[in-house]
Design a binder for this molecule. Structure first.
Ligand SMILES: *[C@@H]1O[C@H](CO)[C@@H](O)[C@H](O)[C@H]1NC(C)=O
Ligand SMILES: *[C@@H]1O[C@H](CO)[C@@H](O)[C@H](O)[C@H]1NC(C)=O
Ligand SMILES: *[C@@H]1O[C@H](CO)[C@@H](O)[C@H](O)[C@H]1NC(C)=O
Ligand SMILES: *[C@@H]1O[C@H](CO)[C@@H](O)[C@H](O)[C@H]1NC(C)=O
Ligand SMILES: *[C@@H]1O[C@H](CO)[C@@H](O)[C@H](O)[C@H]1NC(C)=O
Length: 300
């Protein structure tokens, strides 16, 4: 086996360790042999696994009713938790709430943490972009992430895909500013840093706009299939430097840096995928405003 594959397997097993210890606090026992195809339980036997490829041409279209509240509020105790493999942003003091999406219209969700995959997990229109930021929302009525994992509609993941360009991301700048110059850490050492700069969640996505939605799973063991995925259709940008800092917390041998922190595409098993866009109701509103103006002008 060459070094590359060893790294891949190590990366994936570390993803499991991260999941177990800190990430999603899963009660999952890692038993050595952990190449992706050997992930146990649902990861192998499930029929609604994530990530999948998303394409508007094959999706059911509809209007968006999604609301995210408090995503422009400054969070005073926000912290970055990371090791050489994964970076997690957590400790939201003011709840950021999500509601209104199809399939969970009556339910409320709160943001629990945000993490980063180097190499996007969801493939958009045939392209695997450079990074995917996943905001984990748990059902508000569940006391913890762990409890939410055990409920049918326990989680909503809001995902934003990024591509490297010369236009920086403001949200990433706050994270990169906190990570830059920090000593490198290996995969078994967790560090926690308070944020140096103000991070506003809204700046990750601007507004959600058009998005895909489908029923899927966690992309780490145990791959629980209780996740409603919301994937923003428009790809955001970050700079090469921002990407490198974020994917480089573990130094030269960093596994994340090797772009290995994404799970391979899963079979969609003819699952229904929705593609929601700004409702035509909004366009109607614009239209009525227009009519209003014309009316005023005509009567002036
Ligand atoms: C993992 O374990 C299974 C069965 O225990 C075995 O068939 C498989 O070859 C192992 N994979 C690796 C990569 O060691
Ligand atoms: C999380 O926020 C609380 C205040 O809401 C603060 O007391 C605590 O120290 C923070 N924890 C971390 C790990 O930053
Ligand atoms: C927004 O945050 C404030 C301050 O923590 C909180 O009182 C309020 O309930 C939050 N709004 C929502 C919709 O969660
Ligand atoms: C989670 O659900 C499984 C069955 O689906 C059950 O066996 C287990 O006790 C539940 N755990 C918790 C913490 O509720
Ligand atoms: C990781 O770093 C810690 C602290 O620097 C060290 O104690 C530990 O042995 C290292 N582990 C590995 C696997 O390199």
């Amino acid at each position: 086996m060459n070094k590359f594959w060893l790294l891949v397997i190590l990366a994936l097993s570390l993803a499991c360790v991260a999941a177990q210890e800190n990430w999603l606090d899963l009660d999952y026992a890692t038993q050595g042999n952990l190449s992706e195809t050997d992930w146990p339980g649902m990861c192998n036997t499930g029929h609604k696994q994530s990530p999948i490829e998303l394409n508007a041409a094959y999706a059911t279209h509809g209007p968006t009713r999604l609301h995210i509240l408090n995503d422009t509020v400054e969070q005073p105790y926000l912290a970055l938790l990371y090791n050489g493999y994964v970076v997690i942003l957590h400790n939201f003091t003011h709840s950021i709430r999500l509601s209104g999406g199809m399939e969970f219209r009556e339910l409320f969700y709160v943001a629990e943490q945000i993490h980063f995959h180097c190499g996007a997990e969801h493939v958009l229109g045939n392209v695997r972009h450079d990074m995917e930021v996943q905001i984990v929302f748990r059902l508000e009525s569940a006391a913890s992430l762990k409890e939410a994992l055990n409920q049918t509609k326990g989680l909503v993941m809001v995902s934003v895909v990024f591509a490297v360009s010369n236009v920086p991301s403001r949200a990433m700048a706050a994270i990169v500013d906190t990570l830059r110059g920090q000593p490198l850490v290996n995969e078994s050492t967790w560090k926690i840093n308070e944020m140096n700069s103000i991070f506003l969640m809204r700046e990750l996505y601007g507004d959600i706009g058009a998005y895909y939605q489908y029923r899927g799973s966690l992309t780490v063991p145990g791959c629980v299939e209780n996740v409603e995925w919301i994937v923003k259709a428009k790809v955001q940008t970050l700079t090469r430097d921002q990407m490198d800092t974020l994917c480089h917390v573990g130094g030269a041998s960093s596994l994340a840096r090797a772009h290995m922190s994404y799970r391979e595409l899963q079979d969609s098993n003819t699952r229904q995928v929705f593609y929601f866009t700004e409702s035509s109701a909004k366009n109607m509103q614009v239209c009525w405003t227009c009519v209003g103006f014309i009316y005023i002008i005509l009567n002036a």
